[in-house]
Design a protein around this ligand. Structure first.
Ligand SMILES: *Cc1c(COP(=O)(O)O)cnc(C)c1O
Length: 367
């Protein structure tokens, strides 16, 4: 049987049917109806964030979050190339300029000690990513932002439910995006959200995701359409009931991998920052081919021959993607490139059997 890098965790069909019955009765299918509002409140409670606006996906949440700041076109946003393409595309699609900062070689998040040297008089924001459910250096990043008057928008697509020193990660920065895509720790099939503190963003984001409509006859913003419908919201309510149980199962998978791969020469497992409660979103290994004797691609191929689909994620780094050829000086982020060449995300999901984990590790270690 094929094993993929991830498998969505979904509630039972019976549970879902029960949750969507009221939608058939009310006939309100979308436009921030009662099910949306119920999910919004439940997520505010679970994530322990002051304010939350839910979107149809994480990418549009990022774009509209950026738009809500009203930066002048051509402004610079300091970000990381070691991320999913969405982060970089959101900046470029909002007519802003990404300025790439290199990453920390151990936890793969933006290297906060290298941010300040990239600040110019055009810089308006920092957009870091909580890669693989590992946390950025939020304290140092906030200090830099305060010193230079910059906004901070976190891409927290991988950070659902995580806390740092007991505080929900969505409390750090001006905004934090979450993704509820099918492949993430928590899903609404497709979906996403922005957490924030400043109440003024609530109305602004609400309007941006609804064409900029301000009242029946007034359109005050140039918005788009990024509303989460009631059926997806219902899916979220069902899935949220099982989230703690699913994260606990992911933990067992991660511990099994740690036990089998943690002490192997040439394989580096991820080092989590201290004081965080992890969500075990991904299981990346860094393979040093000179020490391990096999390259990342060798391991990827040998798993593939056994119908196990690991993923080279993130590869290539976003500043090295075809659509950006010639636009950025990729040699300025050497660590991000080295990691993208040697990283492999192993299968990780709540229902992955521990015997399967053992089989995967045996294949990796086979010489
Ligand atoms: C998944 C993801 C996104 C985009 O989220 P969608 O909900 O799929 O639009 C953005 N950034 C990162 C790092 C992601 O992993």
């Amino acid at each position: 049987m094929s094993i993929f890098v991830t498998q969505p965790s979904i509630a039972s069909l019976e549970e879902y049917v029960e949750e969507i019955k009221p939608i058939f009765e009310s006939k309100q299918l979308t436009n921030m109806g009662p099910v949306y509002k119920k999910l919004q409140q439940q997520l505010i409670d679970y994530l322990q964030v002051p304010e939350l606006s839910i979107f149809v996906n994480g990418h549009l949440a990022l774009e509209m979050g950026l738009q809500a700041f009203d930066f002048p076109g051509g402004s610079e946003v300091i970000t990381t190339p070691y991320t999913f393409v969405s982060t970089t595309h959101a900046i470029v699609r909002k007519n802003l300029v990404p300025v790439f900062c290199d990453i920390d070689p151990m936890n793969y998040t933006i290297d906060a000690s290298k941010i300040e040297e990239l600040i110019t008089d055009k810089t308006v924001a920092i957009m870091p990513v909580h890669v693989y459910g590992n946390l950025c250096d939020v304290d140092v990043i906030q200090e830099i932002a305060n010193r230079h008057g910059l906004k901070v928008l976190y891409d927290g697509a991988h950070a659902f439910g995580m806390k740092y020193k007991g505080i929900g990660v969505g409390n750090f920065g001006d905004m934090c995006m979450y993704s509820f895509h099918a492949t993430k720790v928590f899903n609404t099939v497709e979906g996403g959200a922005i957490a924030f503190k400043d109440k003024r963003y609530q109305l602004r984001l609400h309007e941006l995701k609804n064409f900029g409509i301000h009242g029946e006859d007034r359109v005050t913003g140039i918005g788009g359409n990024a509303k989460l419908d009631e059926f997806r919201a219902a899916m979220g309510i069902c899935n949220l009931r099982h989230i703690d149980e699913n994260i606990a199962k992911r933990k067992l998978v991660a511990e099994k991998y740690n036990k089998l791969l943690g002490e192997v020469d040439g394989i580096r497992i991820m080092k989590l920052r201290e004081d965080i409660s992890p969500n075990y979103a991904y299981y990346p290994i860094y393979i040093d081919p000179r020490v391990f004797g096999k390259s990342r691609d060798d391991v990827y191929d040998s798993l593939m021959r056994n119908d196990i689909h690991a993923r080279r994620y993130f590869f290539p780094a976003t500043n090295d993607l075809e659509c950006y050829t010639g636009k950025f000086e990729i040699q300025k982020t050497p660590i991000a490139h080295d990691v993208s060449m040697n990283i492999l995300c192993l299968p990780m999901y709540a229902d992955l059997g521990l015997d399967e984990v053992e089989r995967i590790c045996n294949l990796i270690l086979q010489k």
